[in-house]
Design a binder for this molecule. Structure first.
Ligand SMILES: [Fe+2]
Ligand SMILES: [Fe+2]
Length: 360
Protein backbone atom coordinates (compact mmCIF):
# COMPACT_ATOMS: atom_id res chain seq x y z
CA UNK A 1 0.00 0.00 0.00
CA UNK A 2 2.88 2.38 0.75
CA UNK A 3 4.12 2.13 -2.78
CA UNK A 4 0.82 2.95 -4.39
CA UNK A 5 -0.80 5.58 -2.25
CA UNK A 6 1.45 8.62 -1.82
CA UNK A 7 -1.41 10.95 -2.82
CA UNK A 8 -3.56 9.44 -0.12
CA UNK A 9 -1.04 10.35 2.55
CA UNK A 10 -1.06 13.97 1.34
CA UNK A 11 -4.81 14.11 1.37
CA UNK A 12 -6.99 15.28 4.20
CA UNK A 13 -8.80 12.89 6.54
CA UNK A 14 -12.09 13.37 4.66
CA UNK A 15 -10.48 12.42 1.33
CA UNK A 16 -9.33 9.24 2.98
CA UNK A 17 -12.87 8.58 4.09
CA UNK A 18 -14.48 8.88 0.63
CA UNK A 19 -11.67 6.92 -0.98
CA UNK A 20 -12.10 4.26 1.69
CA UNK A 21 -15.84 4.30 1.07
CA UNK A 22 -15.25 3.77 -2.65
CA UNK A 23 -12.77 0.96 -1.94
CA UNK A 24 -15.07 -0.91 0.46
CA UNK A 25 -16.46 -4.18 -0.87
CA UNK A 26 -20.10 -4.79 -0.02
CA UNK A 27 -22.91 -6.49 -1.90
CA UNK A 28 -24.31 -3.07 -2.78
CA UNK A 29 -21.19 -1.06 -3.66
CA UNK A 30 -20.17 -0.73 -7.32
CA UNK A 31 -17.46 -3.27 -8.16
CA UNK A 32 -14.47 -3.35 -10.47
CA UNK A 33 -14.47 -6.14 -13.04
CA UNK A 34 -12.01 -8.17 -15.00
CA UNK A 35 -12.74 -10.77 -17.66
CA UNK A 36 -11.36 -13.11 -20.31
CA UNK A 37 -10.02 -10.38 -22.59
CA UNK A 38 -8.83 -12.87 -25.23
CA UNK A 39 -12.31 -14.28 -25.65
CA UNK A 40 -13.74 -10.78 -26.00
CA UNK A 41 -11.07 -9.96 -28.54
CA UNK A 42 -12.37 -12.79 -30.77
CA UNK A 43 -15.81 -11.19 -31.24
CA UNK A 44 -16.69 -10.92 -34.92
CA UNK A 45 -19.02 -8.05 -35.74
CA UNK A 46 -19.30 -8.79 -39.48
CA UNK A 47 -22.90 -10.07 -39.14
CA UNK A 48 -23.97 -6.62 -37.87
CA UNK A 49 -21.47 -4.51 -39.79
CA UNK A 50 -23.76 -1.66 -41.04
CA UNK A 51 -25.31 -0.92 -37.61
CA UNK A 52 -21.95 -1.37 -35.91
CA UNK A 53 -20.22 1.12 -38.22
CA UNK A 54 -23.03 3.64 -37.75
CA UNK A 55 -22.76 3.43 -33.94
CA UNK A 56 -18.96 3.69 -33.98
CA UNK A 57 -19.16 6.72 -36.29
CA UNK A 58 -21.48 8.36 -33.77
CA UNK A 59 -19.03 7.66 -30.96
CA UNK A 60 -16.07 8.85 -33.02
CA UNK A 61 -17.86 12.16 -33.70
CA UNK A 62 -17.77 12.64 -29.91
CA UNK A 63 -20.91 14.77 -29.51
CA UNK A 64 -20.23 15.37 -25.79
CA UNK A 65 -16.61 16.47 -26.23
CA UNK A 66 -17.14 19.90 -24.67
CA UNK A 67 -19.96 18.95 -22.32
CA UNK A 68 -18.16 17.92 -19.15
CA UNK A 69 -16.82 21.30 -18.20
CA UNK A 70 -18.13 23.65 -15.57
CA UNK A 71 -19.58 26.85 -17.08
CA UNK A 72 -21.89 29.66 -16.00
CA UNK A 73 -24.65 27.09 -15.33
CA UNK A 74 -22.57 25.67 -12.50
CA UNK A 75 -24.11 27.63 -9.61
CA UNK A 76 -22.31 28.08 -6.32
CA UNK A 77 -22.87 25.16 -3.97
CA UNK A 78 -23.29 25.96 -0.30
CA UNK A 79 -21.77 22.75 1.10
CA UNK A 80 -21.44 24.21 4.59
CA UNK A 81 -25.07 25.30 4.68
CA UNK A 82 -26.37 21.94 3.45
CA UNK A 83 -28.37 19.84 5.92
CA UNK A 84 -25.82 17.34 7.34
CA UNK A 85 -28.01 14.26 6.67
CA UNK A 86 -28.59 15.36 3.07
CA UNK A 87 -24.91 16.19 2.64
CA UNK A 88 -23.88 12.71 3.85
CA UNK A 89 -26.32 10.92 1.52
CA UNK A 90 -25.51 13.18 -1.43
CA UNK A 91 -21.78 12.55 -1.00
CA UNK A 92 -22.52 8.83 -0.74
CA UNK A 93 -24.50 9.11 -4.00
CA UNK A 94 -21.66 10.97 -5.73
CA UNK A 95 -18.99 8.55 -4.50
CA UNK A 96 -21.01 5.54 -5.58
CA UNK A 97 -21.74 7.12 -9.01
CA UNK A 98 -18.09 8.11 -9.44
CA UNK A 99 -16.95 4.57 -8.55
CA UNK A 100 -19.41 3.04 -11.00
CA UNK A 101 -18.30 5.39 -13.81
CA UNK A 102 -14.65 4.76 -13.04
CA UNK A 103 -15.23 1.02 -12.90
CA UNK A 104 -16.47 1.20 -16.51
CA UNK A 105 -13.46 3.31 -17.46
CA UNK A 106 -10.99 0.81 -16.00
CA UNK A 107 -12.62 -2.25 -17.60
CA UNK A 108 -13.00 -0.62 -21.03
CA UNK A 109 -9.46 0.76 -20.99
CA UNK A 110 -8.08 -2.67 -20.15
CA UNK A 111 -10.05 -4.23 -22.99
CA UNK A 112 -8.62 -1.67 -25.40
CA UNK A 113 -5.11 -2.22 -24.06
CA UNK A 114 -5.19 -6.02 -24.21
CA UNK A 115 -7.10 -6.41 -27.46
CA UNK A 116 -5.87 -6.64 -31.03
CA UNK A 117 -9.25 -6.77 -32.80
CA UNK A 118 -9.58 -3.27 -34.36
CA UNK A 119 -13.39 -3.16 -34.03
CA UNK A 120 -13.30 -4.05 -30.37
CA UNK A 121 -10.33 -1.80 -29.55
CA UNK A 122 -11.95 1.17 -31.25
CA UNK A 123 -15.22 0.68 -29.37
CA UNK A 124 -13.56 0.35 -25.99
CA UNK A 125 -11.31 3.34 -26.53
CA UNK A 126 -14.38 5.60 -27.09
CA UNK A 127 -16.21 4.13 -24.13
CA UNK A 128 -13.27 4.46 -21.73
CA UNK A 129 -12.83 8.07 -22.94
CA UNK A 130 -16.46 8.82 -21.99
CA UNK A 131 -16.36 7.07 -18.61
CA UNK A 132 -13.12 8.84 -17.65
CA UNK A 133 -14.85 12.16 -18.32
CA UNK A 134 -17.92 11.13 -16.31
CA UNK A 135 -15.91 9.96 -13.32
CA UNK A 136 -13.69 13.07 -13.49
CA UNK A 137 -16.68 15.40 -13.61
CA UNK A 138 -18.30 13.82 -10.54
CA UNK A 139 -14.98 13.89 -8.77
CA UNK A 140 -14.72 17.65 -9.51
CA UNK A 141 -18.03 18.08 -7.68
CA UNK A 142 -16.65 16.07 -4.76
CA UNK A 143 -13.46 18.13 -4.82
CA UNK A 144 -15.49 21.31 -4.25
CA UNK A 145 -16.73 19.69 -1.05
CA UNK A 146 -13.12 18.80 -0.19
CA UNK A 147 -13.76 15.07 -0.46
CA UNK A 148 -12.51 13.95 -3.91
CA UNK A 149 -11.93 10.22 -4.37
CA UNK A 150 -8.33 9.22 -5.11
CA UNK A 151 -9.04 7.38 -8.37
CA UNK A 152 -5.43 6.32 -8.92
CA UNK A 153 -5.44 4.67 -5.53
CA UNK A 154 -8.75 2.99 -6.31
CA UNK A 155 -7.40 1.20 -9.41
CA UNK A 156 -4.74 -0.40 -7.25
CA UNK A 157 -6.58 -0.97 -3.99
CA UNK A 158 -9.98 -2.12 -5.23
CA UNK A 159 -10.67 -5.82 -5.55
CA UNK A 160 -11.43 -6.98 -9.11
CA UNK A 161 -14.34 -9.40 -9.62
CA UNK A 162 -13.86 -11.87 -12.48
CA UNK A 163 -16.85 -12.28 -14.77
CA UNK A 164 -16.95 -14.43 -17.90
CA UNK A 165 -17.48 -12.22 -20.98
CA UNK A 166 -21.16 -13.15 -21.29
CA UNK A 167 -21.77 -12.03 -17.71
CA UNK A 168 -19.95 -8.79 -18.47
CA UNK A 169 -22.34 -8.25 -21.40
CA UNK A 170 -25.47 -8.79 -19.30
CA UNK A 171 -24.26 -6.81 -16.28
CA UNK A 172 -22.69 -3.96 -18.22
CA UNK A 173 -25.49 -3.69 -20.77
CA UNK A 174 -27.94 -3.36 -17.89
CA UNK A 175 -25.84 -0.92 -15.90
CA UNK A 176 -25.42 1.34 -18.97
CA UNK A 177 -29.15 1.31 -19.78
CA UNK A 178 -30.14 1.71 -16.13
CA UNK A 179 -27.62 4.57 -15.93
CA UNK A 180 -29.36 6.21 -18.88
CA UNK A 181 -32.81 5.68 -17.31
CA UNK A 182 -31.70 7.00 -13.90
CA UNK A 183 -30.03 10.14 -15.28
CA UNK A 184 -32.87 11.03 -17.68
CA UNK A 185 -35.60 10.39 -15.08
CA UNK A 186 -33.92 12.73 -12.59
CA UNK A 187 -33.27 15.29 -15.33
CA UNK A 188 -36.91 15.32 -16.53
CA UNK A 189 -38.21 15.48 -12.96
CA UNK A 190 -35.99 18.47 -12.14
CA UNK A 191 -36.87 20.13 -15.43
CA UNK A 192 -40.48 20.13 -14.20
CA UNK A 193 -39.52 20.99 -10.58
CA UNK A 194 -36.39 23.19 -10.72
CA UNK A 195 -36.94 24.25 -7.09
CA UNK A 196 -35.66 20.79 -6.08
CA UNK A 197 -32.40 21.08 -8.01
CA UNK A 198 -30.12 21.50 -5.00
CA UNK A 199 -26.87 20.95 -6.93
CA UNK A 200 -25.84 22.05 -10.46
CA UNK A 201 -24.55 18.62 -11.53
CA UNK A 202 -28.12 17.54 -12.35
CA UNK A 203 -28.18 20.09 -15.18
CA UNK A 204 -25.56 18.01 -16.99
CA UNK A 205 -27.57 14.77 -16.91
CA UNK A 206 -29.37 15.04 -20.28
CA UNK A 207 -26.34 14.98 -22.59
CA UNK A 208 -24.56 12.70 -20.12
CA UNK A 209 -27.24 10.03 -20.29
CA UNK A 210 -26.91 9.93 -24.09
CA UNK A 211 -23.33 8.64 -23.64
CA UNK A 212 -24.67 5.85 -21.40
CA UNK A 213 -27.37 5.12 -23.95
CA UNK A 214 -24.77 4.68 -26.70
CA UNK A 215 -22.63 2.44 -24.46
CA UNK A 216 -25.69 0.27 -23.87
CA UNK A 217 -26.28 0.13 -27.63
CA UNK A 218 -22.76 -1.20 -28.09
CA UNK A 219 -23.38 -4.07 -25.67
CA UNK A 220 -26.74 -4.80 -27.33
CA UNK A 221 -24.86 -5.14 -30.64
CA UNK A 222 -22.16 -7.33 -29.09
CA UNK A 223 -24.89 -9.67 -27.79
CA UNK A 224 -26.43 -9.70 -31.28
CA UNK A 225 -23.25 -11.22 -32.71
CA UNK A 226 -24.08 -14.57 -31.07
CA UNK A 227 -27.75 -15.73 -30.76
CA UNK A 228 -26.70 -18.25 -28.08
CA UNK A 229 -26.11 -15.35 -25.68
CA UNK A 230 -29.83 -14.64 -25.42
CA UNK A 231 -31.33 -18.14 -25.69
CA UNK A 232 -31.37 -21.53 -23.93
CA UNK A 233 -29.85 -21.63 -20.47
CA UNK A 234 -28.66 -18.04 -20.87
CA UNK A 235 -32.26 -16.88 -20.53
CA UNK A 236 -31.96 -17.89 -16.85
CA UNK A 237 -28.75 -15.94 -16.50
CA UNK A 238 -30.38 -12.88 -18.06
CA UNK A 239 -33.26 -13.21 -15.62
CA UNK A 240 -30.78 -13.55 -12.77
CA UNK A 241 -28.90 -10.39 -13.77
CA UNK A 242 -32.10 -8.39 -14.30
CA UNK A 243 -33.38 -9.43 -10.87
CA UNK A 244 -30.05 -8.79 -9.14
CA UNK A 245 -29.44 -5.41 -10.78
CA UNK A 246 -33.01 -4.15 -10.18
CA UNK A 247 -33.16 -5.32 -6.56
CA UNK A 248 -29.70 -3.90 -5.75
CA UNK A 249 -30.78 -0.54 -7.09
CA UNK A 250 -33.97 -0.70 -5.00
CA UNK A 251 -32.12 -1.44 -1.76
CA UNK A 252 -29.42 1.16 -2.41
CA UNK A 253 -31.86 3.95 -3.30
CA UNK A 254 -34.06 3.21 -0.29
CA UNK A 255 -31.05 3.84 1.97
CA UNK A 256 -30.99 7.47 0.75
CA UNK A 257 -34.16 9.03 2.18
CA UNK A 258 -32.97 12.59 2.62
CA UNK A 259 -31.36 12.72 -0.80
CA UNK A 260 -34.58 11.69 -2.56
CA UNK A 261 -36.68 13.93 -0.30
CA UNK A 262 -34.53 16.92 -1.30
CA UNK A 263 -35.05 16.00 -4.96
CA UNK A 264 -38.80 15.81 -4.31
CA UNK A 265 -38.79 12.21 -5.56
CA UNK A 266 -40.78 9.29 -4.15
CA UNK A 267 -38.23 6.45 -4.14
CA UNK A 268 -40.68 3.67 -5.05
CA UNK A 269 -42.06 5.75 -7.91
CA UNK A 270 -38.56 6.62 -9.14
CA UNK A 271 -37.27 3.05 -9.03
CA UNK A 272 -40.34 1.61 -10.75
CA UNK A 273 -40.05 4.33 -13.40
CA UNK A 274 -36.38 3.47 -14.01
CA UNK A 275 -37.22 -0.27 -14.19
CA UNK A 276 -40.03 0.49 -16.66
CA UNK A 277 -37.79 2.50 -18.97
CA UNK A 278 -34.95 -0.02 -18.73
CA UNK A 279 -37.30 -2.94 -19.42
CA UNK A 280 -38.78 -1.16 -22.43
CA UNK A 281 -35.30 -0.48 -23.85
CA UNK A 282 -34.03 -4.00 -23.10
CA UNK A 283 -36.69 -5.43 -25.45
CA UNK A 284 -34.15 -4.56 -28.18
CA UNK A 285 -32.11 -7.62 -27.20
CA UNK A 286 -33.61 -9.63 -24.31
CA UNK A 287 -36.37 -12.15 -25.18
CA UNK A 288 -38.42 -11.17 -22.11
CA UNK A 289 -38.81 -8.51 -19.45
CA UNK A 290 -39.40 -8.87 -15.72
CA UNK A 291 -43.01 -8.44 -14.61
CA UNK A 292 -42.54 -5.39 -12.40
CA UNK A 293 -46.32 -5.04 -11.95
CA UNK A 294 -46.70 -8.56 -10.55
CA UNK A 295 -48.38 -8.60 -7.09
CA UNK A 296 -45.25 -10.24 -5.62
CA UNK A 297 -42.77 -7.73 -7.07
CA UNK A 298 -42.87 -4.74 -4.70
CA UNK A 299 -43.58 -6.75 -1.50
CA UNK A 300 -40.54 -8.96 -2.18
CA UNK A 301 -38.36 -5.91 -2.86
CA UNK A 302 -39.52 -4.40 0.43
CA UNK A 303 -38.62 -7.65 2.23
CA UNK A 304 -35.21 -7.59 0.58
CA UNK A 305 -34.67 -4.03 1.79
CA UNK A 306 -35.73 -5.03 5.34
CA UNK A 307 -33.29 -7.97 5.20
CA UNK A 308 -30.40 -5.64 4.32
CA UNK A 309 -31.33 -3.32 7.19
CA UNK A 310 -31.44 -6.40 9.45
CA UNK A 311 -27.98 -7.47 8.27
CA UNK A 312 -26.54 -4.01 9.00
CA UNK A 313 -28.08 -3.98 12.48
CA UNK A 314 -26.72 -7.47 13.21
CA UNK A 315 -23.24 -6.45 12.01
CA UNK A 316 -23.29 -3.49 14.37
CA UNK A 317 -24.39 -5.71 17.26
CA UNK A 318 -21.55 -8.21 16.74
CA UNK A 319 -20.98 -11.30 18.90
CA UNK A 320 -23.15 -14.40 18.80
CA UNK A 321 -26.41 -12.44 18.68
CA UNK A 322 -25.00 -10.48 15.74
CA UNK A 323 -23.95 -13.66 13.95
CA UNK A 324 -27.39 -15.24 14.42
CA UNK A 325 -29.05 -12.01 13.32
CA UNK A 326 -26.89 -11.92 10.19
CA UNK A 327 -27.80 -15.52 9.31
CA UNK A 328 -31.52 -14.89 9.80
CA UNK A 329 -31.47 -11.65 7.80
CA UNK A 330 -29.36 -13.32 5.08
CA UNK A 331 -31.90 -16.16 4.80
CA UNK A 332 -34.76 -13.66 4.60
CA UNK A 333 -32.91 -11.77 1.85
CA UNK A 334 -32.32 -15.04 -0.04
CA UNK A 335 -36.00 -15.96 0.16
CA UNK A 336 -37.02 -12.51 -1.03
CA UNK A 337 -34.67 -12.89 -4.01
CA UNK A 338 -36.11 -16.32 -4.77
CA UNK A 339 -39.62 -14.87 -4.67
CA UNK A 340 -38.57 -12.22 -7.21
CA UNK A 341 -36.69 -14.71 -9.37
CA UNK A 342 -39.66 -17.07 -9.67
CA UNK A 343 -42.12 -14.41 -10.90
CA UNK A 344 -43.03 -15.45 -14.48
CA UNK A 345 -41.45 -13.22 -17.13
CA UNK A 346 -43.22 -11.24 -19.86
CA UNK A 347 -42.18 -12.70 -23.25
CA UNK A 348 -40.93 -10.35 -25.94
CA UNK A 349 -40.29 -10.67 -29.70
CA UNK A 350 -36.80 -9.28 -30.24
CA UNK A 351 -36.53 -7.09 -33.39
CA UNK A 352 -34.01 -7.98 -36.12
CA UNK A 353 -32.38 -4.56 -35.95
CA UNK A 354 -31.69 -3.75 -32.28
CA UNK A 355 -30.69 -0.09 -32.71
CA UNK A 356 -32.67 2.46 -30.67
CA UNK A 357 -32.45 6.19 -30.12
CA UNK A 358 -32.86 7.77 -26.67
CA UNK A 359 -36.57 8.64 -26.45
CA UNK A 360 -37.25 9.77 -22.87
FE1 LIG B 1 -20.73 6.89 -17.70
FE1 LIG C 1 -21.37 4.22 -19.70
Amino acid sequence: MNAVSPALHDASETVNETTKLATTETLLNPRFYTTDFDEMDRIDVSSIRPVWDALLAEMKADPNKGHFKKNADWDHVDWDGMDPALKAEFIDFLVSSCTAEFSGCVLYKEMKRRGSNPDICELFSYMSRDEARHAGFINDALREAGVAVNLGFLTKAKKYTYFRPKFIYYATYLSEKIGYARYITIFRHLEAHPEHRFHPIFKWFREWCNDEFRHGEAFALLMKTDPKLTSGINRWWIKFFLTAVYSTMWVRDHARHDFHKALGVDIEWYDQEVFRKTSEISKQVFPFTLDIDHPRWKPALRRMEAAFIGMDDAKRKGGLAGWVGKMVAGAKGGLAFLSLYTIPVVPNDVPVNPRLEPAY
